[in-house]
Design a protein around this ligand. Structure first.
Ligand code: UT7
Length: 331
């Protein structure tokens, strides 16, 4: 089985993180935690926090502008915008529609995609399928989160983990032999309650009482999500490699979802990847959910760590529970 009939890949990336840094030392003054615990259990040193008034659509727009510039395209060249997020500005309109208006991408269809931390990879796969089918030429994919607004700042189990930011990529047709070669995506809804925001949808609309009970914040069974992540990460990459007809030792670079360095190391060990092949920026940003791989990819590209012809794997996992991975030959 091959992934696509046409060569489709990423032709430009961009990212945006807010300036405000919240360090582990800052968190020590807010909840009963320590820099040592956070670093030892997660690898996180600091995270970025969006100021009041800066929303998901604003950060997504900034990241998108940089991706368009890198792709040497204008907003008018974009046929579709997909925004992966669990912290969009509003229930409706979609954040993608707000970004479409901000950019002036008047020819673009626009919609949000809900797959939590796997959302960016789900969206890249969706975008490449549209292009492969001949429906669109250029698709803008954005992963963005303002998790600081759905985190309970009194819950040390979760508040130390998350951060805000955005990353974007332009997906288009590329030179033959390059681009996306293999993918894997899946879900296990039976584990959905291990990572959820109970109130905010239509099942439990947010009321003052529910807010006070903390039901509008992220609730996580950390150990269950950890076990799921360790079990899933290596497996999903191996499946995508199989579709790409590629062996693990042919991989040059791996960008995993940035949630926990212990999870990343266990996936890297399972894939027998040496440290120099694995990109980690988690210490600077914490877990930015749908934005994490998008920001990491842009940083790796801008730092010159990815060269044309490199075999790259990206892999995400998260709420749903969901997972997704992609193997591509970088162009
Ligand atoms: O994007 C996907 C989303 N989520 C994830 O990927 C998260 C996956 N899970 C994890 O990364 C880890 O489970 C955590 C980092 C969340 C927690 O690490 P852990 O090694 O699984 O710790 P634990 O939950 O077993 O807690 C160990 C202890 C507990 O104390 P007791 O009961 O042993 O006395 C916790 O109360 O650590 C305590 N603890 C903390 N201590 C200091 C929990 N959070 C903190 C904290 N500071 N922030």
């Amino acid at each position: 089985m091959t992934m696509l009939n046409k060569p489709v890949g990423i032709i430009g990336t961009g990212s945006y993180v807010p300036e405000k840094v919240l360090t582990n030392a800052d968190l020590e003054t807010m909840v009963d935690t320590s820099d040592a615990w956070i670093q030892e259990r997660t690898g996180i040193k600091e995270r970025r926090i969006a100021p009041e008034g800066v929303n998901a659509s604003d950060m997504a727009t900034e990241a998108a502008k940089k991706a368009l510039e890198a792709a040497k395209l204008t907003a008018e060249d974009i046929d579709c915008i997909i925004v992966a997020t669990l912290t969009g500005d509003m229930a409706i309109p979609s954040t993608a529609c707000l970004v479409q208006a901000n950019l002036g991408a008047t020819k673009a269809a626009a919609f949000d995609l809900s797959a939590a931390c796997s959302g960016y990879v789900y969206s890249l796969i969706t975008a490449s399928s549209y292009i492969n089918a001949g429906l669109f030429k250029n698709v803008l994919v954005i992963g963005v989160e303002v998790l600081s607004r759905v985190v309970n700042w009194e819950d040390r189990n979760t508040c130390v983990l998350f951060g805000d930011g955005a990353g974007a990529a332009v997906v288009s047709t590329v030179e033959a032999g390059y681009g996306m070669l293999g993918m894997d995506m899946g879900a296990d809804g039976s584990g959905g309650m291990h990572l959820c925001i109970p109130s905010g949808g239509t099942a439990l609309p947010p009321t003052t009482e529910r807010r006070e009970e903390g039901l509008t914040f992220i609730h996580m069974n950390g150990q269950e999500v950890y076990k799921f992540a360790v079990k899933t990460m290596g497996k999903t990459v191996l499946k995508a490699l199989e579709m790409a007809n590629m062996k693990v030792d042919e991989l040059d670079f791996f960008i995993p979802h940035q949630a926990n360095t212990r999870i990343i190391k266990s996936a890297a060990d399972r894939l027998h990847l040496t440290e120099d092949k694995v990109f980690i920026n988690l210490p600077k940003y914490g877990n930015t959910s749908a934005a994490s791989i998008a920001i990491a990819l842009d940083e790796a590209v801008r730092a010159g760590q990815l060269q044309k012809g490199d075999n790259l794997a990206v892999a995400g996992f998260g709420a749903g529970l969901t997972w997704a991975s992609l193997v591509m030959k970088w162009c």
